[in-house]
Design a protein around this ligand. Structure first.
Ligand code: 3AM
Length: 176
């Protein structure tokens, strides 16, 4: 049996923005709404890869290093609820073209390397609360935080001592 690990490509949130988001979340959602995602785990997934062998991981890292993509700005001005997975999320009313291109390219590379990709349309989001199945009341407005994206990351998702930890494996810069 080969060793595999659970991987995904994602955008991190800068520390100051994470703090603003968790303060806003605490003010907007009661403790019963769902389980808050830990501040250090807040991220925007670009491509979920699933369980990946070391060989495949190497191929995916090499592909990521070949990517040519300019930086872009995210405007986080949307918030929503998906009742079935029980997720409350922060998103973008108008995702920039650069974000969609980056995700599409990484998802295509993932598929080429045998990582199953969901046929559902890509909906960029940052999960804020999990296990939020019922009784979710969404805020009337979302602050519209803006953040510049200059790099994308590969993470290992590990379940340890009853909690999920995302470990940064590698980061690639976006350059004009
Ligand atoms: O970005 P979010 O938090 O929505 O839900 C998992 C998390 O998404 C998602 O990958 C991100 C990092 O763990 N994920 C987990 N299993 C998945 C699957 N089978 C999945 N996404 C798609 N298919």
């Amino acid at each position: 049996m080969t060793d595999t690990r659970r991987l995904f490509f994602a955008l991190p949130l800068p520390e100051n923005l994470r703090q603003e988001v968790i303060q806003w979340r605490a003010a907007q959602f009661s403790a019963e709404t769902g389980r808050p995602v830990a501040a250090e785990n807040l991220h925007l997934t670009l491509a979920f890869l699933g369980e990946v062998s070391a060989n495949k991981e190497q191929a995916l890292r090499a592909a990521a290093a070949r990517l040519q993509q300019s930086p872009f700005t995210l405007t986080l001005d949307d918030c929503g609820h998906w009742p079935r997975p029980g997720v409350v999320w922060l998103g973008l009313r108008s995702p920039p073209r650069g974000l969609l291109q980056l995700a599409q390219w990484l998802r295509a590379q993932a598929a080429r390397n045998g990582c199953y990709q969901s046929p559902m349309p890509y909906h960029p989001h940052i999960s804020l609360l999990r296990q939020a199945f019922t009784g979710v009341s969404l805020p009337a407005a979302t602050p519209g935080w803006q953040t510049e994206v200059n790099a994308f990351n590969l993470y290992h998702s590990a379940f340890e001592n009853g909690r999920t930890r995302y470990m940064l494996l590698e980061s690639w810069p976006l350059a004009a």
